[in-house]
Design a protein around this ligand. Sequence first.
Ligand SMILES: [Fe+2]
Ligand SMILES: [Fe+2]
Length: 473
Amino acid sequence: MAIDYTERIPNNVELASNRTLQRALEHWQPAFLNWWKELGPSDFQAADVYLRTAISVDPKGWAHYDYVKMPEYRWGIFLAEPETDRRVGFGDELGKPVWQQVPGEHRSTLRRLIVTQGDTEPASVEQQRLLGHTAPSLYDLRNLFQVNVEEGRHLWAMVYLLHAYFGRDGREEAEELLARHSGDADNPRILSTFNEPIRDWLSFFMFTFFTDRDGKFQLKSLAESSFDPLARTCRFMLTEEAHHMFVGDTGIARVVRRTLEVIDEIGTDDPEAVRRAGAIDLPTIQRYLNFWFSSSLDLFGADASSNAASYFANGIKGRPDEKKYGDHVAAGTFDLEIPDGDAGTRIETIAMRNAMNEVVRNAYVDDCMKGLTHWNRILEAAGHAYRFTLPSTRFRRGVGSWANVPTDPAGNRIPQEQYDAQIASWLPSGDDRAFIGSLMQRVTEPGKMAAWIAPPDKGIKDRPVSYEYVRLA
Ligand SMILES: [Fe+2]
Ligand SMILES: [Fe+2]
């Protein structure tokens, strides 16, 4: 179905036929635009950016590319096409028709899940708002803004659900989504990773790789939901989300490639020498990776969780790609490895349903490994012995059985004093951040790249890398 762009709020949900809802959303729209101007990308509101905009939900031709000034971006409401006779795919209600309205008994749970997802979307825009000033190329600047406008649209997606299905408390929650701010001391964003500042582009690439990937798995779980409007909303969001992770994956790959070129030129991989030559040494990349991976792991929640069990039992939140599982009631058990009272680990067998967060986290870790494999292949092809490693899921955890249990990055338990003495060498230090910060200089000539990053293999939508992706005002 084509989307009518002459409407104030482009949509495929027949908004015009529901005047009350339309008015409520039109009332929220100026508040959103104010938020965008205040806390969206700083200083680039007048620039023409080569952006994609969703124009349909057809997987084959959903996006249109053109120059847009960001405040004029057409944020709309798009749900994936309904599946005919869709049935509950998992849990105790397996096989019953899915819900087109919110069942009263699941109302507060669904509202909380939608608010938590919705809160991450504007949070990331706020976290990234200053990065435009130090973009390493116009290509990267455009990708940053593409991610930002789409996170803004994901906020719209969740706000639509709140307005359309949760009445007055939904409208209040929608206002709160613009009132909390990333890193705000009094009114922060809900999840801690979304209060971490993103001051440099290495962090941005790590965030889009690791943290947007958490988003992918949350959306995949919600795309299985028996609350059909939520499932359809999330299915379409996943289409946009893929590009965000591409930005992270290829961004890190390009940093690695440039570092290897510099190592080749100067004939040493000594970190200080690499830094003096203006590139990012490999151990620093590993420390950033350690930070963002471990922080993102906590977003999946506790490894043993009765909430996760009831979400599954009630058909509210499934496993990513639920169809690939043989058993949709999750009747079995799961062996969790948890810390024992000493310095070791022990196995605790819990009901599979209680281990859902861990099941999703493990699927996420496997997906993260693909990136590691990609970057390590670049190192291998260059004949370099260094390899990136993904830390253990026990390392530096703040949530679940391993919260505040001191381990090294490989997951071995170590005494607290040893952890305290070494943690600074496993995570970006103040010195690392200052060095990375010193590299962040803006490059605005089309096709030119900052010295610390290699050009991409290709441009956007068959445009050359040297295309003027952003016309600065
Ligand atoms: Fe998003
Ligand atoms: Fe994203």
